[in-house]
Write a protein that binds this ligand. Structure first.
Ligand code: SF4
Length: 337
């Protein structure tokens, strides 16, 4: 009897982590800025969760970095980090007016989106914004173009998109490129002049390409990311379109049932833009431990590290600064100026 015939014996021989995974640079920079502020002894807050990942938030909390929902929760003089998604201009103004130390972690790509939107408004275009309504990035973008028409799923496009002489199309950074292109094609037929500003983030595009490439060479793909993360869900969808079974999880703790790997020899691991690359290593190790062949399961830690080393190139650092040990005498009193 081979391991494949006996479900109680693991069959996984190898785990591969997709290239260019881990935090995108926008998320990484915002987290690093928060860590640096805290290490400099500032009472540090982030306006909203700096990343949709509970493990990372817990790490930041251990450093004394607190997530707040509104600026009213931040004491005068304390530091507030604006996350990568950015905010409406009036939020920034209010933070400054309240005497907070604003640390702007808005991703440079998102800053560019804001500039493009302001320009389109000045030029008088009817703006269509492809994005998820109420997503923080979209809310921030609308601060620069309050009259923009937000559209998301394809079945609502026909009804929501008007016929206008001059229209412009722009996108939330993490929308899938195919959706943006399809919407552009529809809008061509609805306007005399159509200005297309392609703000789909290249990191998102590369992530999708690398995930699909990895998926083609494995028997099953594990996609790691927040349950509500749109870019994670899109990765799962693309893997399935490529004809490869996909398993979407939030982290290694979700891997309880080894039977999902029954008969699989090579397993791939990828993650959304808010997933630290270390989480992918931990997932790789867990897969090998619970579903690896006996030899492989015994070397799970070593093999998971090797898979991580194969994915993270020195040129593209994909994780945030190491979390420093907190020095009690360096921590400022909340509310201190
Ligand atoms: S996905 Fe792109 S635009 Fe969005 S935060 Fe990351 S790097 Fe910036």
């Amino acid at each position: 009897m081979t391991p494949c015939d006996n479900p109680s014996v693991g069959t996984v021989q190898e785990v591969r982590i997709a290239q260019r995974t881990g935090f995108c640079y926008g998320v990484r920079e915002a987290i690093d800025k928060a860590k640096e502020a805290s290490a400099a002894g500032k009472a540090t807050h982030t306006l909203g969760q700096v990343v949709h990942n509970e493990g990372v938030i817990a790490d930041l909390e251990r450093l004394g970095i607190e997530t707040v929902d509104t600026l009213d929760d931040v004491d005068h003089g304390a530091a507030v980090v604006i996350r990568a998604h950015g905010v409406r201009p009036d939020v920034m103004e209010r933070a400054n007016a309240r005497g907070l130390e604003v640390i702007d972690g808005t991703c440079t790509w998102v800053i560019q989106e804001h500039r493009e939107l302001a320009k389109l408004v000045d030029e008088g275009y009817t703006i269509v914004l492809l994005g998820t309504p109420n997503h923080a990035e979209v809310v921030g973008m609308l601060g620069f173009a309050p009259d923009a028409i937000v559209v998301d799923e394809e079945d609502e496009w026909d009804q929501k998109i008007p016929r206008k002489k001059r229209m412009a199309l722009i996108s939330q950074s993490t929308q899938p490129p195919w959706k943006f292109e399809r919407l552009a094609a529809l809008m061509v037929g609805r306007s005399h002049e159509l200005k297309i500003v392609n703000t789909v983030c290249p990191v998102t595009i590369r992530r999708q390409e690398d995930t699909v490439e990895a998926a083609r060479e494995v028997d099953l793909m594990v996609v790691v990311g927040g349950r509500s993360s749109a870019n994670t869900k899109e990765l799962t969808r693309l893997v399935e379109i490529a004809g490869v079974p996909a398993l979407q999880i939030e982290g290694e703790a979700d891997l309880i049932d080894p039977s999902v790997f029954d008969g699989k020899r090579i397993v791939g691991v990828t993650g959304g833009t808010s997933t630290p690359i270390e989480d992918l290593r931990d997932v790789a190790r867990r897969v090998l431990e619970i579903a690896g062949t006996p030899d492989v399961a015994a070397r799970a830690e070593e093999l998971a590290r090797a898979a991580l080393a194969g994915a993270a190139t020195p040129a593209g650092r994909t994780t945030s600064l190491p979390t420093p040990a907190r020095t009690p005498d360096k921590v400022a009193t909340p509310g201190a100026a």
